[in-house]
Design a protein around this ligand. Structure first.
Ligand code: PLP
Length: 728
């Protein structure tokens, strides 16, 4: 669900920026469930067929004007797929649909639903997405320069592309794989290993045993593509690992999530330090104008520079927010609150009426909402790591906060739990029960059927957006970004995007940016932090109302929130990042070298030689200093000697790895300094390298030397999983 919204924003922005994109997905006709919450707080799911006639969707036609039907081979027989098209601005989104009469009844079900199918349905869906997806682009005559795989579900793209290159160019698997690496980007969106599908070997065998011969691979070689090199005995084919092993560029979706992913997947490159796994990050964003409330957009039209909507990612656009008069901004915000209150009242009344609660009681509850009150919103998937009920950890304390008649505070919750996630559903039940306790009636509200329409009102109609995931489990989070550009202030754990977005003037940070010793301690400290900040900062700031009826303090926070996020956390910025950091470097590399089979062949030979000889590299140092005490500002020249086997000196990079020794004895990485070749004894294959280290701070330092591979045909040397450290 979240990914669907994020990719929608991604495509809208690609269209705005005129980037040549096409997208492929599955048509989940029966895909999205409606949520009902019954009188016991139990989530009931209702799947309804979307009526295709209601969607701006058209069947793609072939050259004869017939509806385009493609197929992919499953073990028993072919599965046929109808191709649909949606235009997202200038970007075409193709959706594959197996629910057509050419298929038998069981095959018609395959693409019907996102959730709910068994493992076999899941692998069938992923074969369709990855393999039929690549096939479709060929049929349409498109020749993508790059393929961007979002999450492991689409990883079969890699093997399908490799198969095609082997067939077309008659090259080895290794050469085809290198060519595919140079045109694939993989984005991981999850901070947990279980976020990627892992398929039973039996299932992979069933669907791929006729396929791996076409890659010139044995069974074991093929299966190893989806396996952790350190745990090859573990059963299961991991779609995330497949993509990580083959994609030329890989990223997480926030700075912190990049670091978490490097550690999480470090075993894919067993020789590389976990912190240096070749996974970078691009922080997620939102399509700002899509999520901006219309009335705010009007206000921005008046006070921001002309054409600001076309220049979302321009700092100067957002600074002008300061020129909006406070009373005008508050007036618009208050209208948003009133609209939201109406929607909440309707939603809650319907729900409670259904569960048999009388009109008088319902009225008592919903009339608790008032547009003068401080309203806090919490809405997202009810996954356990999001800790929806954390604010109720100390019931006594939150009772006191919510029952201050002079400074009323209300909380609105919304969100669906995954139909198979019992714990997530229990959270909804728990919060529902709390909302019906006498001291919380009319103060805590649980909305049902959270969707984009409800989200639009929530993210622009509350005052504070609460997010308290268990750090560092929130890969990015985007709802807080939606809230921020609408002048709703974030109150969040320093996790995901907020670890980058928080600047001490644009909202509040819950807890600390560290790891806790246990979940219990983390929950305790984070909840205490929530209460303290609410009591001492948020509530006083909101109710710091002046003679003009406004809290200038609050309006300053609102403006800071808009200014600091409007551009920086937009999909415009995100796409510029993807283009600069991932798409362009890969495109350039691919165009320059990977169209030439000779280049690819010699690169492969080069790699083979490197793997054969790498362990024979010897590094030694003249001086033997383990630890240095250094004054700030001093400089030092260091050198080492490398004895190379049958490897050219141009094919390696020699580096000084510098660390600071902290008081507690741990070593903090300071930097990696490339070294220069100073002299050599060619006939003995001995080379001296040298560099100068500049120490900005004083303290105790340690350093060591290492050798990495170097070649014009690689972007990230770590991908080769080769590194040689000095050994004593
Ligand atoms: C934005 C959005 C989400 C994602 O919210 P997160 O904070 O990223 O978890 C989920 N559902 C809907 C309807 C949304 O609009």
């Amino acid at each position: 669900m979240d990914c669907g919204i994020l990719s929608g924003d991604h495509l809208k922005s690609a269209s705005d920026l005129g980037l040549p994109f096409v997208a492929v997905g599955l048509l989940y006709k029966n895909g999205y469930f409606h949520q009902k919450i019954n009188g016991y707080g139990i989530q009931e799911t209702e799947y309804t067929n979307i009526d295709i006639r209601d969607l701006p969707i058209i069947p793609v036609k072939d050259e004869n004007g017939e509806e385009l039907i493609i197929y992919v081979r499953f073990p028993k027989k072919k599965i046929y797929l109808k191709v649909w098209q949606i235009n997202v601005g200038r970007v075409k989104l193709y959706l594959l649909d197996s629910d057509i009469e050419q298929n038998s009844e069981d095959y018609r079900q395959v693409t019907l639903r996102l959730y709910g199918g068994d493992r076999e349905t899941r692998i069938q869906q992923e074969i369709i997405l990855g393999m039929a997806g690549v096939h479709l682009l060929q049929i349409l005559g498109l020749k993508p320069t790059l393929y961007h795989m979002n999450e492991g579900h689409s990883s079969f793209v890699t093997v399908e592309l490799i198969k095609d290159i082997i067939a077309e160019k008659k090259v080895s698997f290794d050469m085809a794989k290198d060519i595919v690496s140079a045109k694939t980007v993989f984005t991981t969106h999850t901070p947990v290993p279980a976020g990627n599908d892992i398929f039973d070997i039996n299932l992979v065998e069933k669907y791929f045993k006729n396929f791996w011969p076409r890659l010139n691979l044995s069974r074991e070689e093929f299966l190893r593509l989806g396996m952790n090199p350190k745990k090859e005995l573990e059963p299961g084919f991991n779609m995330g690992i497949l993509a990580l092993k083959i994609a030329g560029k890989k990223n997480g979706v926030s700075k912190l999530h990049g670091a978490v992913s490097r550690e999480l997947f470090s075993e894919v490159w067993p020789n590389i330090l976990p912190a240096e796994s070749p996974i970078t990050h691009v922080t997620n964003g939102i399509h700002t104008c899509f999520w901006l409330a219309p009335s705010l957009k009007e206000l921005y039209n008046k006070y921001l520079m002309p054409y600001w909507q076309e220049n979302i990612f321009d700092e100067n656009v957002w600074k002008k927010v300061n020129s909006i008069p406070n009373d005008k901004l508050w007036e618009v915000h208050k209208e948003r609150k009133q609209k939201l209150i109406k929607i909440v009242q309707e939603n809650i009344s319907n729900r409670l009426r259904r569960s048999g609660i009388g009109a008088i009681e319902i009225n008592e509850i919903v009339s608790g909402l008032n547009d003068n009150d401080l309203i806090i919103g919490f809405a997202r998937r009810f996954a356990t790591y999001k800790r929806a009920n954390l604010i109720f950890k100390d019931l006594e304390r939150i009772t006191k906060i919510l029952n201050d008649a002079k400074r009323p505070v209300k909380i609105i919750f919304a969100g669906k739990a995954h139909p198979a996630d019992k714990e997530g559903q229990d959270l909804i039940k728990n919060i529902h029960e709390i909302s019906m306790m006498p001291q919380f009636k009319g103060k805590v509200f649980v909305l049902e059927d959270y969707n984009i329409a409800v989200a639009r009102h929530l993210i622009s109609g509350v005052d504070v957006w609460l997010n308290n995931p268990r750090r560092p489990m929130e890969a990015s989070g985007t709802s807080g970004q939606k809230a921020a550009v609408n002048g709703v202030i974030n109150f969040s754990i320093l996790d995901g995007w907020w670890a980058e977005g928080y600047n001490q003037k644009n909202g509040w940070a819950i807890g600390k940016s560290t790891n806790y010793e246990s979940y219990e301690v983390q929950d305790m400290e984070d909840s205490q932090s929530i209460y303290n900040i609410l009591e001492n900062k948020i509530i006083p700031a909101y109710y710091n109302i002046g003679k003009n009826g406004l809290s200038e303090e609050w309006l300053t926070l609102m403006k800071n929130s808009i200014i600091s996020t409007g551009g920086k956390f937009s999909t415009s910025r995100m796409l510029v990042d993807y283009t600069d950091k991932l798409y362009m470097p890969l495109c350039n590399l691919s165009k320059k070298y990977y169209n030439s089979l000779e280049e690819v062949a010699s690169f492969n030979e080069w790699k083979e030689n490197l793997y054969l000889n790498w362990n024979k590299i010897e590094i030694s140092q003249q001086e033997n200093i383990e630890e240095l005490s250094i004054d700030a500002g001093s400089k030092m020249t260091v050198s080492c000697t490398v004895k190379l086997p049958n490897i050219n000196v141009e094919d390696i990079e020699v580096e000084t790895y510098l660390g600071k020794i902290l008081d507690n004895g741990t070593i903090e990485k300071i930097g990696i300094i490339p070294m220069k070749l100073e002299s050599s004894k060619e006939e003995e294959r001995i080379y001296n390298f040298i560099t100068e280290i500049e120490f900005k701070d004083g303290g105790n330092y340690g350093y060591t030397y290492r050798v990495m591979p170097k070649n014009k045909m690689i972007l990230d040397a770590e991908n080769l999983n080769l590194i040689k450290w000095i050994t004593k």
